[in-house]
Design a protein around this ligand. Structure first.
Ligand code: HEC
Ligand code: HEC
Length: 234
């Protein structure tokens, strides 16, 4: 009996603990995708379209940060967040920082009142000014340039996480691509099969580590990756 009481007190405590400690922090990234992306493009760098419904969100964030009036640098972001919170619920021509020409072509933003709560909007606005920064834009562009300069097979290997287990000339979890390319009997066809279906026990050096199956890669992508791997054949 006593045990039971103690147990129930303990579980009640745990429950209270859960409730207070895990007050969910709203996910600004998910919310902006859900509530704003149907009109604002969220890519960084942004994509622009002929018939876009609204300026890309990066432009909006840069814009507001440039134009908002603040006594000093550290006040800028808090003020920019307040501006967004107000604007989304009560948009107007006079408040908008958009130039006249853009406002004419887009029309004023329809109020999102009732579609987004104040807490959600706060999380969205915080995310906007954390994510759409000059530094993140430069990083994203540098990564894009790096990807563009790579052979397509290498880019696909990077994007599909192959390089977390394989390097070109050094074994990590899986054999190096040089070893794979120079192993007797390997052909374009057999390697495509192995990536598609996975592989285990073929290379003694892998010590039992397995190659997971990558079923979702298209035939074209598989061919491009394997041609790249086989380019290391001596
Ligand atoms: C139905 C389409 C639509 C949706 C949904 C939408 N917007 Fe907009 N938004 C616009 C248009 C069009 C403009 C440009 C005209 C203007 O400034 O009012 C705009 C402009 C803005 C501006 C002002 C830009 C400036 O430079 O002054 C902010 C801030 C903004 N949107 C934030 C948001 C946020 C945050 C969300 C999601 C909660 C959102 N918008 C959802 C259409 C939309
Ligand atoms: C979790 C680690 C892991 C990941 C991720 C991984 N591999 Fe592997 N891979 C391995 C291991 C381990 C082996 C060796 C398996 C064996 O001994 O049979 C291997 C083997 C291979 C082989 C040789 C197959 C053969 O028949 O000789 C190729 C080609 C290969 N991987 C390509 C890829 C590509 C392309 C990707 C990404 C789409 C990838 N791997 C992702 C671990 C991995």
């Amino acid at each position: 009996m006593r045990k039971k009481i103690i147990l129930s007190i303990l579980s009640a405590l745990l429950f209270i603990g859960c409730n207070t400690q895990h007050k969910p922090r709203l996910d600004g990234k998910k919310l902006i995708e859900k509530k704003c992306s149907q009109c604002h493009n969220l890519d960084l760098p942004p994509k622009t379209f002929e018939d876009e419904k609204a300026p890309p969100m990066m432009a909006v964030a840069f814009h507001i940060r440039d134009f908002i009036k603040a006594p000093n640098e550290s006040e800028k972001v808090p003020r920019a967040i307040s501006f967004v919170k107000d604007y989304v619920i009560k948009p107007s021509v006079s408040k908008s920082f958009c130039d006249k020409h853009s406002l004419e072509s887009y029309g004023v933003m329809p109020s999102q009142k009732g579609k987004v709560s104040e807490d959600e909007l706060e999380a969205i606005a915080e995310y906007m000014f954390e994510h759409f920064t000059l530094k993140n834009l430069n990083d994203a562009q540098a990564l894009q340039n790096k990807l563009n300069a790579m052979p397509k097979g290498e880019r696909l290997a990077l994007q599909n996480n192959c390089l977390s287990c394989h390097k070109v000339d050094k074994k990590i979890v899986g054999p190096s691509f040089k070893t794979i390319a120079n192993t007797k009997g390997n052909s374009e066809k057999s390697l495509i099969q192995s990536i598609h279906n996975g592989s285990k026990g073929k290379y003694a050096s892998s010590n039992g580590a397995i190659m997971p199956a990558f079923k979702s890669l298209s035939d074209d992508d598989l061919k491009i990756i394997v041609e790249w791997i086989l380019s290391f054949k001596k």
